[in-house]
Design a binder for this molecule. Structure first.
Ligand SMILES: Cc1cc2nc3c(=O)[nH]c(=O)nc-3n(C[C@H](O)[C@H](O)[C@H](O)COP(=O)(O)OP(=O)(O)OC[C@H]3O[C@@H](n4cnc5c(N)ncnc54)[C@H](O)[C@@H]3O)c2cc1C
Length: 435
């Protein structure tokens, strides 16, 4: 049995884990990067990396192997009305995102981490290893022991590290499940589609059709839940009917062959229910529940949190958890507190969702709000240039803050995210099942 000790063990080599590995390795840390999959591997995704993610890649000098620039986005309301959300550059991000397959994107980031000096291991983190009452590493399913001074859980929404370290309150988590497929047909602009299965009975989530870098399209449907994950299968079941809806709207040609390569995945959203760090264990990306509850983006947050966790370890090795939690809170809490509360409030209320979808895409409101809406729900307020759109986004944020300040999510953040000091090994409750 091989036994190796590192400065940092990173479990999971998606965007969060690879970005953390790259940041640490470039600063000379001895990093083990462990993933259960041999790369290149596929991952269910809309394949759209948002503006903040693109900026982070530019900052580290990483060139993507291909990809397609995308800017403005269409939102289609339940009645078929369309609103065009403009994409504008901010002070700290460009005015576009990029679509690129996760097969290519994730492999390119993993390669960059390895080139920076991270040591790659292929295997599943299985049995936790402890030393002095702390998580000290993992034994892989094939029996190798990887130990480290710090463990970063970058192992996705159903994180084994988070569950093992007792960092998940299963009954608080806001879940989503989404299924994607590829179409052999071009599409001009990315579109998010709000859908009523019956009049005034909204589907509890949304669908999308995005241009893909190879000239085709990435299409999918996502469903929102609270903590009960049994409803996730609804996205898979309803995908054929949703594709018919896209055909009726004219987004898919009747002659286009059925989509291929269907793949589904969980989204853990809104930060609530997961303590992102305690002692020497830090959770990043989906493991920390950072997905945007309103539009499903998680790649930029994954890379940003990977970088923040790495920097917390480098700058505050005596107590990285506090610095990391504070950094995450200042970056995401102003938005996630509102978005998480909205998500929680709308689940199980199809008529309210239908009313909200109809209102925001109605001719007067949609056009008036479009610019501010784009900044607000893409979490781009911080760094947005002074403009009427920024003012609208700031007003929505401030109103949302007032309305949600007494909410269950706001209380959780105050009690747990900002105050948590419990030692590792004192699980609050069992986490969700591992992947
Ligand atoms: C259908 C769908 C569409 C989406 N569309 C978009 C989009 O268009 N844009 C966007 O920004 N976000 C999107 N998201 C969210 C986005 O995919 C995630 O937020 C992002 O992948 C998070 O990155 P991560 O590194 O945290 O986790 P992941 O990308 O999930 O990577 C986790 C890694 O951990 C590994 N792993 C898991 N368990 C273990 C273990 N026990 N041992 C070792 N390795 C392990 C896995 O193999 C995997 O490689 C979508 C999600 C879904 C499900």
């Amino acid at each position: 049995m091989s036994r190796v000790r590192f400065d940092v063990l990173i479990v999971g080599s998606g965007p969060a884990g690879s970005f953390a590995a790259l940041t640490l390795a470039r600063q000379g840390a001895r990093v083990a990067l462990l993933d259960k999959a041999a790369f290149p591997r596929d991952k269910a995704c809309g394949d759209l990396v948002g503006p903040r993610g693109i900026q982070m890649l530019t900052d580290i000098g990483h060139s993507l192997p291909g990809g397609l620039n995308v800017g403005d986005m269409i939102v289609v309301g339940p009645t078929g009305r369309r609103v065009r959300l403009p994409s504008a550059a901010g002070h700290t991000y460009p005015g576009h995102g990029i679509t690129i397959t996760r097969v290519a994107f994730d492999a390119s980031l993993q390669n960059a981490a390895v080139e920076a000096g991270a040591i790659l291991f292929t295997g599943r983190a299985d049995r936790p290893l402890e030393a002095d009452g702390r998580l000290d590493g993992f034994q892989t399913a094939d029996g190798r022991e990887l130990r480290a001074d710090f463990v970063i859980g970058a192992d996705g929404a159903t994180s084994h590290v988070a569950a093992t370290a007792g960092l998940v309150e299963a009954d608080k988590v806001l879940w989503g499940f989404a299924v994607r497929a590829y179409l052999n047909q071009p599409v001009e602009l990315p579109a998010i589609v709000l859908w009523e299965q019956r009049r005034w009975r909204a589907f509890p989530g949304y669908g999308w059709i995005f241009p893909a870098a190879d000239g085709g399209a990435n299409v999918g449907l996502g469903i929102a839940m609270r903590s009960n994950r049994s409803e996730g299968a609804g996205a898979v079941r309803m995908l054929p009917a949703f594709l018919d809806h896209l055909r009726a709207l004219g987004f898919i040609d009747r002659a286009t062959p059925e989509p291929s390569r269907r793949l589904g995945g969980w989204l853990k959203m809104g930060m609530i229910g997961t303590t992102p760090a305690r002692d020497r264990t830090l959770l990043v990306g989906d493991a920390a529940g950072l997905v945007n509850p309103l539009q499903g983006e998680g790649i930029s947050q994954a890379m940003g949190s990977g970088k923040a966790a790495a920097n917390a370890i480098l700058r505050a090795p005596g107590n990285p958890a506090d610095l990391y939690r504070t950094t995450l809170a200042s970056a995401h809490l102003p938005y996630q507190r509102i978005a998480g509360a909205v998500h929680a409030a709308l689940v199980g209320r199809p008529t309210a969702v239908a009313a909200a979808g109809r209102a925001i895409t109605s001719p007067g409101i949609g056009a008036a709000l479009a610019g501010g809406w784009s900044i607000f729900w893409n979490e781009l307020l911080d760094g947005a240039p002074t403009s009427r759109e920024r003012t609208v986004a700031a007003a929505v944020t401030s109103l949302g803050d007032r309305l949600t300040v007494r909410s269950h999510t706001a209380r959780w953040f105050a009690d747990v995210l900002l105050e948590d000091n419990s030692p590792i090994g004192s699980p609050r409750s069992a986490g969700p099942p591992a992947n």
